[in-house]
Write a protein of this length. Structure first.
Length: 92
């Protein structure tokens, strides 16, 4: 739908920003510190020790994967806002 060739050919679309894809997200490992209301979690990230507020991704919600404080998780974070993310994987 939004191929790069389309943006290169049409001069009016050249200045419009392309939508982000899943490949544009940064993935970080961390440990869940505490569970907040509304399906939100505070995660302490290994890189730099920052705290990221994240929620479960849709696939994890659909398959009823549960996470608890102390679990190791992988978080996908947007490069534009490093304080919010999605939990995409629960480790052992």
């Amino acid at each position: 739908m939004y191929s790069s060739a389309r943006f290169d050919l049409d001069p009016f679309l050249k200045h419009r920003a392309r939508p982000m894809s899943k490949g544009d997200l940064l993935e970080m490992e961390g440990v869940i510190q505490d569970a907040l209301g509304g399906g939100q979690y505070n995660i302490k990230v290994d890189q730099g020790g920052a705290i990221v507020r994240a929620q479960l991704s849709g696939r994890m919600r659909r398959h009823h994967i549960r996470v608890l404080p102390g679990d190791r998780v992988r978080v996908a974070v947007s490069p534009y806002d490093l304080s919010h993310g999605l939990i995409v994987y629960r480790g052992k």
